[in-house]
Design a binder for this molecule. Sequence first.
Ligand code: NDP
Length: 275
Amino acid sequence: MATSIASRTALYNGVEMPWLGLGVWKMNEGSEVEKAVRSAIDAGYRSIDTAAIYNNEEGVGKAIRDCGVPREELFITTKVWNADQGYNAALNAFKASRERLGVEYIDLYLIHWPVKEKYKETWKALEKLYESGVVRAIGVSNFHIHHLQDIMAGSNVVPMVNQVEYHPLLNQQPLRQFCEANRIQLEAWSPLMQGRLNEPALIELAEKYSKSPAQIVLRWDLQNKVITIPKSVSPERIAENANIFDFVLADEDMAKINALNQNQRFGADPDNFNF
Ligand code: NDP
């Protein structure tokens, strides 16, 4: 169970991944991303979630090199973009990401979206990278159950992580159960609904626990055993989003948040995206 910002969960291959990380989508390359990553590491975060398409891997790399925390204590995730899918293209994309980040190895490498006709070949490339030791864990993102079944039917390595849109309005119950049954760790993207936190039930719970709506949602993630990676460029909010280890949501309040589900996406549906 997550008892502090240092808490990690063991993926099925034994690699330990922090329950809480910083997401850096939409952060500008250069000082914006560098400052945010540095603030997060100073606040005790050890996990950073980037992607080739975010165009800020160099800034993430610079921040982690300069932060004074040893590389082996940090957990860096990046992702292969859709245009780079396929076996050779994915291997090249990995090389380029690793160079931009300026690291010897990446902790978690993900297929960003399930590009039809391509993701199985891409997965073979990730298996190869995993076998050669340049990534400590491999996984997928935006995979529905049928995509996972497809990958699992034809490969040697089951994805260790599935990173998907997950928040109170989209709690992905069937996918969560499928992942749990197959030891695939679920990870939440847009956990804060991209800042749409005006839900009355969340505000009510925030008052009850003397926390903010963001903290209520992030705590709900942890109690559901879902890794969470809120994004903020503000040092105050970065600290606020990590201050979630000193309270426990009662079962009845977990149920209240579970009941908010409307299967509502703010991002694309993995069965219907065109990018
Ligand atoms: P989030 O749900 O994390 O919300 C971020 C927004 O909420 C920002 O506008 C931020 O503003 C605001 N915010 C942050 N903290 C608070 C707070 N305590 N109170 C109120 N508002 C707050 O959105 P993201 O879409 O960025 O998702 C998180 C991460 O997930 C991404 O950064 C990325 O790493 C990953 N992701 C992955 C995807 C995938 O396809 N695999 C797709 C989308 C995201 P401010 O910065 O001004 O504080």
